[in-house]
Unconditional design. Structure first.
Length: 95
């Protein structure tokens, strides 16, 4: 029974928690980001960006709202980014 519950939990998390990676660096002040895929993201979604920092920890920018899905790889935000995000740091978008 526990295996069944774990399988259901993984399926739900996969549909509720959506992730994609940046495919281009994003700078503080940018209001568009380029990602691997915009699939399963929509205007109005709240997202965050996280990446590995030089000390081996994680940096995170919370409370970003999607204004528009421009195309299959571009997201426009309602507010500009506060921080710089690099693909070299494995910057990831999470809903």
């Amino acid at each position: 029974m526990e295996d069944l519950i774990d399988a259901i939990r993984r399926i739900i998390e996969r549909w509720v928690r959506t992730t994609t990676h940046l495919t281009a660096d994003a700078s503080a002040g940018d209001d568009t980001i380029t990602v691997f895929t915009t699939s399963r993201f929509s205007a109005g979604d709240e997202i965050l960006i996280k990446a590995t920092n030089d000390e081996g920890g994680e940096d995170t920018e919370f409370g970003l709202i999607i204004e528009e899905i421009v195309d299959r790889n571009t997201i426009r935000l309602t507010e500009p980014l506060e921080f710089n995000w690099a693909i070299a740091d494995d910057a990831t978008i999470i809903k």
